[in-house]
Ligand binder design. Structure first.
Ligand SMILES: Cc1cc2nc3c(=O)[nH]c(=O)nc-3n(C[C@H](O)[C@H](O)[C@H](O)COP(=O)(O)O)c2cc1C
Length: 240
């Protein structure tokens, strides 16, 4: 089948677009309002954008409050722009109910961390709190916002880009110095009302002749762990 999104002529019971780019990580965004209230919301249109320095983004679709009204920016967008900060918390399978609850449309004066029974933890470089229960929190400084048009009348998408200036990783999320996804089970969005979570991981070398690309694993040539990286690589090549 083929269809043109602008014509919406897929003929299926549900628009399949979101189901075609999967799985999407869920950026679980904490922000602070000017009044100091904590806002928490999940955004599956979110990801890493660059790594040196690291940038991430989340995209908030313009909400239309009532018939005929102007689209408003989502509270997370407003707060990130107003305060210049946000935290990108990792959503996990264990926290799926809280992730879901935090998507509820509530007035900006509701503390959504409290509403979800979650614990605010302080950050090192931004004023906004992070979610203590989440195993990984990225402290971000707002870099820019890109505005994309929407097909909904008067709608817009606000793509908020932030530079990651600080990273918290719960020690329990690490196994032998590496983030252990099977242990923490990051939650991700599929299409429709469906989600997935990581339960299986496999390792694959680069193409022949470029099996080991320095930098790809994240190692540093002058790092004290360099020997260990080489040892691990030898083990992998020998199928151990
Ligand atoms: C798993 C999940 C992913 C979501 N992803 C997005 C998204 O990418 N963009 C968006 O605008 N809304 C998304 N939503 C809806 C927002 O979380 C919801 O509108 C929320 O109330 C926005 O909060 P805010 O106005 O406090 O920023 C998602 C909801 C869920 C449950």
């Amino acid at each position: 089948m083929f269809f043109e999104p602008r014509k919406d002529n897929h003929g299926l019971p549900y628009n399949p677009f979101k189901a075609c780019v999967v799985p999407r990580p869920i950026g679980w965004i904490t922000t602070l309002s000017h009044a100091g209230l904590v806002n928490l919301a999940p955004f599956s249109i979110s990801n890493q954008l660059a790594y040196d320095p690291p940038f991430v983004f989340f995209s908030g679709s313009g909400a239309i409050d009532g018939e005929g009204s102007e689209p408003r920016r989502k509270d997370s967008v407003v707060n990130a722009e107003d305060t210049g900060e946000f935290v990108y918390n990792m959503a996990t399978y264990e926290l799926r109910n809280e992730v879901n609850l935090s998507s509820k449309h509530v007035p900006p004066d509701v503390d959504e961390l409290e509403m979800c029974g979650l614990t605010p933890a302080s950050c090192n470089l931004v004023k906004c709190p992070r979610v203590l229960e989440s195993p990984i929190n990225l402290e971000c400084k707002h870099h820019s916002t890109l505005t994309l048009p929407s097909n909904s009348p008067k709608g817009v998408h606000h793509v908020v880009i932030g530079e990651v200036v600080g990273i918290h990783i719960n020690e329990e999320a690490l196994t032998e110095g590496k983030v252990d996804w099977v242990k923490i089970q990051p939650l991700a969005r599929m299409g429709y009302m469906d989600y997935t979570h990581i339960t299986k991981v496999f390792t694959m070398a680069g193409p022949k002749g470029e099996e080991f690309r320095p930098g790809q694993i994240g190692e540093h040539k002058d790092s004290k762990h360099w020997n260990r990286v080489e040892e691990e690589w030898d083990k992998f090549k020998n199928g151990k």
